[in-house]
Design a binder for this molecule. Structure first.
Ligand code: HEM
Length: 239
């Protein structure tokens, strides 16, 4: 092995007893494969005009042809219509007659009412009717926020007081309305025309503790923030 490798290397690594010639590779074909004619095929048959198989043979067909020992694969047999697998049956579509309930009702699916109406299963329950009222111009939420900021006295008292239920009850007229929410007493007189639920609803709590009614109507409303400039005192029990 070492001498073989050395034979490929130039001097001085080459062994002294080896000639410095490059070895040549000689390919020797068997007698039967030698063909002098340029136009001949590798098998030496000049009359091989058989076209290649098209479409190409699959592996099973190739295996079959090789077992028969034929060098040129056989052209696959073209199947006739009767040889082929029959096509699947055409799906039957329900025929709709206008005005007649569709087949879907027999399948337990609610029929679509009208051509463009959504199916009943996706329709929402009607939303609860809003009880908001149309406020007079200049009495929206932003107007109330501006009035609070204006510096106008919205309390009507000189100082924050301790207010008993009997004192609270004295302020129950439309031009002088006090009400208690969560222990705080507010003068809501100025707020009346700004209340989205209307003056009438708000007057239901005039002169009394309105916490329960307020929470059951709209517990998410932040009354402490909305009425901070209207605070007059804290509700205390009767002495
Ligand atoms: C003084 C305290 C109160 C404040 C600050 C206040 C504030 C509000 C606000 C901001 C809304 C609009 C809610 C929204 O946009 O969804 C509203 C709606 C309403 N408020 Fe009041 N509210 C007060 C007291 C009351 C009271 C005591 C009642 C009595 C029942 C009441 C009845 C309603 C009603 C019925 C609505 C309409 C709800 C709807 O959208 O259907 N509010 N209120």
């Amino acid at each position: 092995m070492a001498s073989y490798i050395r034979s490929w290397l130039p001097s001085p690594w080459a062994a002294a007893d080896q000639p410095l010639s490059t070895p040549t590779i000689v390919a020797e074909l068997p007698e039967s494969e030698v063909d002098d004619d340029d136009t001949a095929t590798i098998r030496g048959d000049d009359d091989d005009d058989e076209p290649p198989a098209f479409p190409s043979l699959n592996s099973a067909q190739r295996a079959d042809s090789s077992s028969q020992n034929t060098a040129v694969p056989a052209v696959p047999r073209i199947l006739s219509d009767s040889d082929r697998m029959p096509p699947p049956p055409m799906p039957t579509l329900p025929t709709r007659t206008p005005g007649v309930p569709s087949m879907s009702t027999s399948l337990g699916v609610p029929a679509i009412r009208g051509s463009l109406a959504p199916p009943l299963s996706t329709t929402k329950a009607p939303a609860k009717k809003s009880r908001k009222v149309a406020l007079a111009p200049g009495h929206g939420p932003l107007d109330w926020a501006n009035l609070k900021k204006s510096g106008q006295d919205l309390r009507g008292v000189d100082s924050i007081q301790r207010i008993t239920p009997s004192e609270l009850k004295r302020h129950n007229k439309k031009d002088d309305v006090w009400s208690a929410f969560n222990g705080k007493v507010y003068n809501i007189t100025w707020y009346l025309p700004y209340h989205p639920g209307g003056e009438k609803e708000l007057l239901r709590v005039a002169g009394r503790d309105g916490t329960k009614l307020f929470s059951s109507t709209h517990g998410w409303v932040n009354a402490d923030y909305m009425l901070d400039e209207c605070l007059v005192g804290f509700l205390v029990p009767e002495p």
